[in-house]
Design a protein. Structure first.
Length: 348
């Protein structure tokens, strides 16, 4: 099958399917990072925050049991090949979270909003993608590497490996972590009373495992030509912009498919709910704040090696230490940013 269709096209289709599910989960299931924080902290409603427990629990269980069944192989991913830098996770996460508050959404959320007709989010997406590559391989790359080096890992790493060194077997750890997240989520009566949200949370978690499993299969069939990937929306947004400007069909990748899939899923979900409408920014100061937030998200996401989805969901599903540490830093940065904005300290 890979002899007739390039492997890159297959991975783009995998990303497209996973992205569509995530986009639908955002629009039909209200899965959103900043929206969950705003509802919990200022709206006194934890329903959207607890939905994250469903997403994470399902993603952990599906991914880790996929690894045990040999359907998923994460040994070649940066979770295992790059030594974890806690300082990068903390600094990058704080920067990303603060930028997310300024911009009004994360990279994933901006793609979702653009799919729903919000042209302001297109600006956020483009600026974040550009500055992500400024930090990844552009003028800021040498400084980033100096401050936050990413040496090659000398052996296995991650939560399972480190706890295994203490004599704890992997299976109980997987079950405890996965079901603890699900129980925390479903302990909230409001979420239990909303099966639509729960169902889309399950779908979002399975989408992460799907991407890992499908790219693992393609990687094996292509003899290592294709890397194993999961959803993330910082550097992949920049790669998509580069593809649109310079590449032919032969250069299509998982990143392009996943970014396009999120927008398509958001468009479908917005249409189903009657939420699609064209919107533009009428306040130049608001647009300036959003651009500044996009810059911080692009740079911070590259430093942390992932965004609120790439680290906050995908890395946690892989049980990499960077996942929970980065997600916690993103939450702290976002809450600090929201308090500044709501407290009237927004810059003129």
């Amino acid at each position: 099958m890979l002899e007739t269709v390039p492997a890159g096209v297959w991975t783009a289709l995998v990303g497209l399917v996973g992205g569509v599910v995530l986009g639908l989960a955002a629009r039909l299931g209200d899965f959103c990072t900043l929206g969950a924080l705003e509802s919990a902290v200022y709206g006194r409603d934890q329903k959207r925050l607890r939905l994250w427990g469903v997403v994470l629990g399902v993603a952990i269980l599906a991914t880790q049991f996929g690894i045990l069944a040999d359907w998923i192989d994460l040994s070649g991913t940066f979770y295992q090949t790059v030594k974890w830098n806690p300082l990068a996770s903390i600094a990058g996460g704080l920067m990303f979270g603060y930028g997310m508050a300024l911009a009004g959404n994360c990279g994933f959320g901006a793609l979702v909003r653009f799919g729903g007709g919000d042209l302001r989010s297109l600006v956020v997406v483009v600026v974040m993608g550009i500055f992500g590559f400024v930090a990844l391989s552009g003028p800021l790359a040498p400084l980033r590497i100096t401050l936050f080096p990413q040496p090659e890992a000398v052996g296995p790493q991650g939560i399972l490996h480190d706890l295994g060194q203490l004599g704890l077997p992997p299976l109980p750890i997987i079950v405890i972590l996965g079901f603890a997240a699900l129980l925390w989520a479903l302990a909230h009566p409001g979420l239990r009373a909303n099966p639509r949200m729960v169902a889309w949370g399950v779908a979002a978690g399975l989408a992460v495992a799907w991407c890992f499993a499908a790219t693992t299969w393609i990687g094996r069939e292509s003899l290592g030509e294709i890397a194993v990937e999961g959803p993330s929306f910082t550097a992949p947004v920049g790669r998509t912009l580069i593809f649109l400007m310079t590449s032919t069909a032969g250069g299509i990748t998982f990143s392009v498919g996943s970014v396009a899939g999120v927008m398509l899923g958001a468009l479908i979900g917005s249409t189903i709910r009657g939420l699609f409408r064209w919107e533009a920014c009428e306040d130049p100061r608001e647009l300036g704040r959003q651009v500044g937030g996009a810059v911080l998200m692009g740079i911070g996401g590259v430093i942390a090696m992932g965004c609120s989805v790439g680290q906050g969901v995908t890395a946690i599903a892989a049980l990499a230490w960077s996942g929970p540490v980065t997600l916690f830093a993103i939450v702290i940065g976002a809450i600090f940013g929201l308090r500044r904005l709501i407290g009237g300290l927004e810059p003129n």
